[in-house]
Design a protein around this ligand. Structure first.
Ligand code: T4K
Length: 385
């Protein structure tokens, strides 16, 4: 395996015209094309394209082992993973969730006829504040949907305690949390289920794709039926299921990705470490501190632009863009401020931390083969104030 030093050296050399290639916030990791050919040949040979084919089954087994979890049910994308998990538990009423996430988190609730109840987040992590969750519980609350935002582990013990006390389900939106561990254990083991995204922009990708992770074999079985129209046998339909299946091309690509994932995460870690080292002392820029016991996947590099910085977040975002550095304002606006949700009572409530962080946050480019000169240029611009 390459060390951080060799990774950094291999990314140091700029192409002939460094200004010509923009630095996008992310790029998917692409394994060598030739290595994909045998998978394609096997698919052509078997003509098995979808509906739980051999690569699909292999990927479920391989991911359960790699992620160190009990059961993995693959899905067509992360949003269907959320929808299927919600349907599998037959939830109704209200679900407490975060306004500081990608819109898919709340959309999955709305599309499942559940009412999202937004509560505030913890400034140290960007994740749901367990005390705020407890204050928002009502007789209509059936579940909590926390997000491990940017792959930062949630306060899983405090959330479990609240859920146990009030008899609530916990379904984690773990779209950012592939391979993330807390005190040595996979965060995907937490709660009743966790939904992963394998979208092109994620640490581990299958073009589009996702999975539900659960410790409960009954839930895994239910999801297998729900993702295949509710079929429980050739002629037996037991639920109004959807088509939420991953196909063989995606699954094969996932198997190939798994061979490279440790290297890809190590490359991300090296870039993340360089940003952190160079930006830690910039007046007005703050970083999320890595907490004891966190083992991250470095999916994002978020920073917060405080009032004491030389300009506001949007001006910095524009300055970076003018230099070809396409940082992104993940997650702004808050989900609760979009026209879809802003009329909900919880969206009109005070969400001071989430509002401030959404105003200040900027995610810098971060992906395995991001050229080092882009990293240094982003650092120089940010340091120049
Ligand atoms: N929950 C959470 C917390 C999530 O973050 C997401 C998805 C979900 C649930 C739902 O999971 P999925 O159903 O998507 O599996 C992107 C992604 O589309 C979305 O998957 C992701 N979160 C979200 C955070 O980011 P956009 O609109 O910002 O993507 P886009 O197209 O602007 O791409 C960002 C950058 O990535 C581009 O500048 C270039 C690069 N890129 C993108 C694609 C699609 C590539 O280099 N190649 C590509 O194929 O939403």
């Amino acid at each position: 395996m390459a060390t951080n030093a060799t990774i950094v050296a291999s990314l140091d050399t700029p192409p002939p015209n460094p200004g010509s290639e923009p630095a996008l916030v992310t790029r998917p990791y692409m394994p060598p094309l030739d290595a994909f050919r045998p998978y394609l040949e096997a698919i052509w040979e078997s003509r098995w394209l979808t509906n739980s084919g051999p690569f699909h089954q292999q990927l479920e087994t391989a991911l359960a082992s790699y992620l160190d979890v009990e059961h993995v049910a693959l899905t067509s994308n992360g949003t269907t993973a959320l929808l299927l998990a919600l349907q599998a538990f037959g939830l109704g009423g209200e679900v407490i969730t975060t306004p500081f996430s990608f819109v898919a988190t709340a959309h999955a609730l709305r599309l499942s006829n559940l009412r999202p109840v937004f509560v505030d987040i913890d400034p140290a992590t960007g994740n749901l504040d367990p005390a705020a969750i407890e204050r928002a519980i009502s007789p209509r609350t059936s579940a909590i949907m926390p997000v491990h935002c940017f792959g930062h582990p949630c306060e899983v013990d405090a959330i479990a305690k609240v859920a146990d006390t009030y008899g609530l389900k916990v379904i984690y939106d773990a779209a950012h949390a592939f391979a993330v561990r807390l005190h040595g254990e996979s965060v995907l083991r937490q709660g009743d289920a966790a939904a992963l995204s394998f979208h092109a922009t994620k640490v581990f990708n299958t073009f589009e794709g996702g999975a539900v992770v659960t410790n409960d074999p009954g839930i895994k079985r239910r999801i297998e039926r729900l993702r295949n129209f509710g079929f429980a046998g050739e002629l037996t339909v037991v639920a109004a299921g959807m088509n939420g299946k991953m196909n063989e091309l995606q699954a094969a690509f996932g198997l190939l990705q798994l061979d490279h994932i440790d290297h890809a995460i190590a490359q991300r870690a090296a870039i993340s470490a360089r940003y952190r080292e160079a930006l830690a002392d910039v007046e007005g820029i703050s970083l999320f501190a890595t907490q004891p016991g966190w083992q991250l996947n470095h999916s994002y590099f978020p920073l917060l632009v405080q009032e004491s910085y030389g300009c506001d977040r949007d001006s910095l975002w524009q300055r970076l863009q003018a230099a070809g550095i396409f940082a992104r304002r993940y997650f702004y606006p808050l989900i609760s401020d979009t026209p879809v949700y802003r009329d909900l009572p919880s969206a009109r409530a005070d969400l001071p931390v989430a509002r401030r962080i959404a105003r200040q946050v900027l995610c810098l480019p971060l992906f395995p083969d991001l050229p080092r000169f882009h990293v240094e240029r982003a650092i120089d611009i940010i340091r120049s104030g």
